[in-house]
Design a protein around this ligand. Structure first.
Ligand SMILES: Nc1ncnc2c1ncn2[C@@H]1O[C@H](COP(=O)(O)OP(=O)(O)O)[C@@H](O)[C@H]1O
Ligand SMILES: [Mg+2]
Length: 268
């Protein structure tokens, strides 16, 4: 792998006596779509909380393009190129599409009075439309409140906000969990679009079909440890689900097989 865009080394997170994540290592290539999988309690959200700047690790290091970073807050991570889209999307349902895209980073009109803030609504409407067009999403009215949109369109607004911030890494936590089949397909299309623009995507998902549909690579967590880190090509939703559900004895047997000269799995 050339210089990874994101590297995690030895990430560990303790909550009191609970070790939610143990010595987690990961290198993500620029433009890659990586899925983080695992059963409930495996540590997926813990990884995301650390990488998104919501919580500091107990130990370990985060590097962006080789440079060690520390995040004081999610806003700090965002300013360093990492945007996280949580399941609730953090949208303001009653507010317009363009207001949601520009929330916290409004475009202002130049004014002769220092300190006077005048919003450039027209510029924001046009730019919001442009971000959505990059995602191949067309909505006629940028003044429409987000609550009037479909699940897939809402997800597009949340991604448009990440584009506005010029994020080079977009983390999505269970983006399809609350969606039906049709809207799920739209979200998968959205992920393909941001991927096509060179943006690195980290996807947390319980849905193995989604993972197989978009991810280049899957990392499987179990009990806070990484147990698999594999290319997705050639995997099926079923084989991936099987890996997530394997018990400790099977994983240990696998490791021993791999250690034998001719015993590697997958013909390695
Ligand atoms: N704030 C917390 N305090 C104590 N334990 C926590 C906290 N957050 C998560 N955990 C524990 O850490 C482990 C990993 O949790 P989490 O990262 O949320 O898993 P996942 O997202 O894969 O379901 C679980 O055992 C969970 O109970
Ligand atoms: Mg979780």
């Amino acid at each position: 792998m050339p210089q990874p865009i994101l590297e995690l080394s030895g990430l560990t997170k303790r909550y009191g006596a609970v070790e939610a994540l143990t010595g987690f290592d990961l290198a993500v290539a620029a433009g890659e779509t990586l899925a983080i999988c695992g059963d409930n309690g495996a540590g997926k959200s813990t990884v995301i909380r650390i990488v998104s700047g919501a919580q500091p690790p107990s130990a370990g290091e985060i590097r962006i393009k080789g440079r060690p970073v520390r995040f004081a807050s999610p806003a700090d991570a965002l300013s360093q190129g990492i945007a996280t889209i949580y399941q609730d999307l953090a949208l303001a349902p009653r507010m317009a599409i363009y207001q949601n895209v520009f929330m916290g980073s409004e475009i202002l009109k130049p004014t002769p009075v220092p300190g006077l803030r005048v919003l450039d609504k027209q510029a924001m409407r046009e730019a919001a439309r442009g971000f959505l067009a990059r995602l191949r999403v067309e909505i006629a009215d940028m003044d429409k409140p987000v609550e009037a949109l479909s699940g897939g369109q809402r997800q597009a607004v949340a991604i448009a906000r990440a584009l506005r911030w010029k994020a080079d890494i977009v983390i999505m936590d269970e983006p399809t969990a609350a969606l039906g089949v049709r809207e799920t397909r739209k979200v998968i299309d959205l992920i393909h679009e941001i991927k096509a623009q060179g943006i690195t995507v980290i996807l947390i998902s319980h849905n193995m079909r989604d993972v197989v549909a978009v991810a280049d690579r899957a990392v499987i967590l179990k009990g806070g440890r990484k147990v698999e880190d594999i290319p997705v090509s050639g995997l099926t939703p079923k084989s991936l689900a099987g890996m997530i559900m394997r018990d400790d004895a099977e994983i240990a047997a696998d490791r021993e097989n791999q250690a034998l000269p001719l015993g590697g799995r997958r013909g390695e």
